[in-house]
Design a binder for this molecule. Structure first.
Ligand code: PMP
Length: 365
């Protein structure tokens, strides 16, 4: 007797992916031309190498890669707790803040639940929501490229489980003020988790965005999301975290893929926190460059909102976008183009920023 005798389906039947998966966009790898001096300004990475202390920590820890990491990330969570003035029980770590966000959405949403977020915002939001079987509710940005919190509050239904607020917003760079978020929190149900995604918070001018920890203390349905990928320069190591009420943070830790945050990432994150002053000096240089670029672009005639991230956003229609993308391609500069909306360019070293300014100058009216 062979196994085929047990088959009850026709030979042509085959495994199928869920509709939510077939509907997802395919990953398009960025161009990495060998031998050309490509400026990689499409992913909002830090152009600095990791902090020396982080490199040293990783080098020392490398010899223990035969071991699994501490899946509870106790040491890192305790270090973060001291840094933030919360307890380790209120912290969940994950492989990048996008990993933590996936834990948040799968931990809170059943199929058919709503997750509200502004659009445009971080590309991963709708993908993670759809993957979880939940429903993405996109609320268009306001005329000043910021979150339309009134419209977001009005979109709340019985099915709303999570609201994502991105400040400063990727890709527009516009922050949400403390007062506006506080008023929003007063107006939405306290059983909705309001995630404040602060991936770029270190680059924001003091007072431009919320004091998210103060909001968290006052509103236990707030969850703060942060990362070591941007200002700390550890994008390739994958480590981010959430601060949330103990019961939520505990749930996030339970939904985590075991051992997803490597020991190298945990050690590097701790060393980076210890070297926070050096990180701040680098961030200061990026902020200066951001101001220099914004001023020059405005002088060239471009319209832009004050960005609080390590990137600039230029709104562009299809026509302008096509010619800008072409010009950046020719100049060997990788930027992020959002069809029909605009172009986002990471602020990096003065030399690559100058190359960006030259491309824009050649395009100025
Ligand atoms: N949130 C926002 C707003 C982002 O722009 C990004 C990265 N582009 C992330 C989260 C995720 O970053 P990571 O997973 O590297 O922490």
């Amino acid at each position: 007797m062979t196994i085929t005798q047990f088959r009850t389906t026709p030979e042509t039947a085959h495994p199928t992916l869920r509709d939510a998966v077939t509907g997802l966009p395919s990953y398009v790898p960025g161009r990495r031309s060998a031998g050309v001096d490509i400026a990689a300004l499409a992913s909002n990475e830090s152009h600095y190498e990791p902090l020396p202390a982080a490199i040293a920590a990783v080098t020392t820890a490398a010899g223990a890669m035969n071991r699994y990491p501490d899946t509870a990330a106790v040491e890192l969570r305790e270090r973060l707790a001291t840094h933030l003035g919360v307890t380790a029980g209120e912290i969940a770590v994950g492989p990048g803040s996008v990993g933590v966000l996936q834990q948040i959405i799968t931990g809170l949403c059943d199929a058919g639940d709503d997750v509200i977020f502004a659009w445009r915002s971080f590309e991963a939001y709708p993908i993670l929501v759809e993957l979880a079987g939940a429903r993405p509710v996109r609320i268009p940005l306001d005329a000043a490229e910021g979150h339309d919190l009134d419209a977001m509050a009005a979109a709340v239904t019985d099915r709303t489980k999570v609201i994502l607020l991105c400040t400063p917003n990727n890709p527009t760079g516009v922050p949400i003020s403390h007062e506006r978020i506080e008023a929003f929190l007063q107006s939405v149900r306290s059983d909705i988790l309001v995630v404040i995604d602060e991936a770029y918070v270190e680059y924001a001018e003091a007072g431009s965005g919320p004091d998210s920890l103060a909001l968290y203390r006052e509103y236990p349905n707030v969850c703060i999301l942060r990362t070591f990928s941007k200002a700390y320069g550890l994008a390739g190591l994958r480590v981010g975290y959430a601060v949330a009420a103990p019961a939520i943070a505990e749930g996030l830790r339970r939904t985590a893929l075991p051992f997803a945050v490597s020991a190298l990432a945990q050690k590097a994150a701790i060393a980076s926190l210890d070297a926070g002053g050096e990180m701040e000096a680098r961030v200061g240089a990026v902020k200066q460059e951001r101001a220099r670029m914004a001023a020059q672009l405005e002088a060239q005639g471009w319209t832009l909102q004050a960005s609080q991230g390590n990137f600039l956003w230029i709104r562009a229609d299809e026509h302008l976008m096509a010619s800008l993308v072409d010009a950046f391609d020719h100049a060997g500069i990788m930027v992020r183009a959002y069809q029909g909306d605009g172009v986002r360019i990471t602020v990096a070293s003065p030399a690559s920023n100058d190359r960006v300014l030259q491309v824009f100058e050649a395009h100025a009216a």
